[in-house]
Design a protein around this ligand. Structure first.
Ligand SMILES: [Zn+2]
Length: 498
């Protein structure tokens, strides 16, 4: 979802809380009393060090998703200093902490390439909503009422929810940068959650018509220069930096994308969304020479063939949020168009206002959609049809293609020795999946987030025996409800409780 497309009906709506909310230059929330580390100008997402002891995952069914390494019905994974050092049967490591991985499938954790996690406190607020509802309610009414501590709560609960579901890398498409303090709070929550994230610095929510480029109360996109220095001076950390860019107006897009490239940040952008997507934004940017391999295109449902060719020719990556696209009116998820263009997509949740936060849903959505489209053509008598997607394909979309779209394929996405140990262990001794006859099929066809038993990020155990490690659920719950109530009250929005 993007706010780059103000709807006509938004233009006449009253501005919500104008200066009171937007100009709220409150200091970042004090974290001292909340159990989190103090906010400081230190690298983001450094986090506690991974276990000093090696970790040995013993006798799991291992899907490395690295074709050179292969998969194993039973093998061990050795982790040292946060990295995978070996994957094979029968590893001995006398000093290692051993985790019994039998009765689990061990695989790379999921990578979500586009989620607006500031909306974590707005989960299921629009279960039946359209794009128009989203612009009216979420970005038009609720977003402008956010203060920094609300961003913190939204980011924290969504990031922890992602980890809990085995999604250990999230591109946080953070278009809630109403003030620099909002930005600091968003980053602080990512750090406190322990998730691996691409912080995609985005535009503010100013209320209708949200023409932020004509507004002077925020610092988008120039503040990304500060972020690079203050939080993202190193690539060797859990958090990395991108620009959540706009595709329109073209001159604004060109100038803001240039700022991102000045500081070496990748770009992620919503395109091809409903009727707005037919505006030829991508073509104009392509003709201006702005399309490069550092850019991920989200949705892309209603792009022209010319635009698809431009994206493919310039090496762009793709993020499909199939479930939300079908629920809210973006247009048909362009899985076949992508495959025809030679682009294997990554997957994304987008908005938890209307979509579940797990990746099993995302994989099954794209798999069933593509296969149904091919079967329909087959039923109509068409010959020489494109190949049907297989479960293995969508498992790769959810992992290695996600890593690629985040610029992290050298670090994560497969269980390859030398990569970071971002790993999930999925229980196979559960009633929704036993007996397991095919591991890939079990994950994609039968499992859900309840199978996620153990989660590691950079070799650090984040979830064990089905429970998050070191998370004060009482605190998280309190923060989420309090922030939700504040935003609802401030905005005057009446949610529908039943
Ligand atoms: Zn979105």
């Amino acid at each position: 979802m993007s706010t780059a497309f103000p709807r006509p009906e938004e233009m006449s709506r009253r501005r919500f809380l104008g200066t009171a909310a937007i100009g709220a230059l409150a200091a970042p929330m004090s974290l001292a009393g909340m159990g989190g580390p103090a906010l400081a100008a230190e690298p983001a997402g450094k986090g506690p060090a991974a276990s000093a002891r090696p970790i040995l995952l013993k006798r799991g069914c291992v899907l490395t998703l690295d074709r050179a390494v292969g998969d194993f019905e039973s093998a061990d994974v050795l982790i040292e200093k946060g990295k995978i050092v070996a994957v094979k049967p029968g590893i001995t490591a006398p000093t290692a902490e051993v985790i019994d991985a039998s009765r689990t499938i061990v695989m790379p954790s999921f990578v979500d390439t586009h989620r607006h996690i500031w909306e974590g406190i707005l989960r299921n607020v629009l279960p039946d909503g359209s794009l128009g509802d989203y612009f009216r309610v979420v970005t038009g009414t609720l977003g402008p009422a956010y203060r920094p501590d609300d961003v913190y709560a939204g980011n924290l609960v969504s990031a922890l929810g992602a980890i809990d579901a085995g999604v250990t890398t999230v591109l946080d498409w953070s278009h809630i940068q109403n003030t620099p303090e909002h930005t600091d709070s968003a980053i602080q929550a990512l750090r406190d959650s322990g998730v691996r994230a691409v912080f995609a610095y985005g535009s503010p929510q100013l209320g209708p018509p949200n023409k932020w480029w004509e507004d002077t109360r925020h610092k988008y996109p120039e503040d990304i220069r500060r972020l690079r220095k203050q939080y993202f001076s190193s690539e060797d950390q859990l958090l990395t930096l991108a620009l959540a860019g706009v595709p329109f107006p073209t001159d604004v897009a060109l100038s803001s994308w240039k700022v991102a490239r000045d500081v070496g940040a990748r770009i992620t952008v919503h395109v091809g969304v409903g009727q707005f997507g037919k505006r030829a934004d991508v073509q104009k940017l392509g003709e201006a020479g702005a399309l490069k391999s550092d850019t991920t295109y989200i949705h892309a449902c209603t792009l022209s063939d010319t635009e698809w060719k431009m994206i493919a020719d310039t090496g762009g990556t793709l993020s499909l949020a199939g479930y939300v696209e079908m629920m809210m009116g973006h247009g048909l998820p362009p899985i076949q168009k992508a495959l025809n263009a030679g682009i294997r997509p990554s997957l994304s949740v987008d908005v938890e206002t209307s979509v579940p936060g797990d990746f099993f849903t995302q994989m099954r959505t794209i798999l069933s959609l593509q296969r149904n489209a091919i079967w329909e053509r087959d039923l109509a008598g068409e010959k020489n049809l494109p190949a049907l997607l297989k479960t293995r394909d969508v498992l790769e979309f959810a992992t290695i293609e996600g890593a690629r779209a985040c610029g992290l394929e050298g670090k994560i996405g497969t269980l390859t020795p030398g990569k970071q140990a971002d790993i999930i262990m999925l229980r196979t001794d559960r009633l929704n999946v036993l007996p397991v006859n095919n591991a890939t099929g079990a994950v994609v066809t039968s499992m859900d987030a309840s199978n996620v038993d153990t989660v590691l990020i950079g070799g650090k155990v984040m979830k064990r025996n089905g429970r998050l490690v070191g998370v004060d659920m009482g605190r998280v719950t309190r923060l989420a409800y309090e922030a939700r109530d504040r935003v609802m009250t401030r905005s005057g929005y009446q949610r529908s409780p039943l």
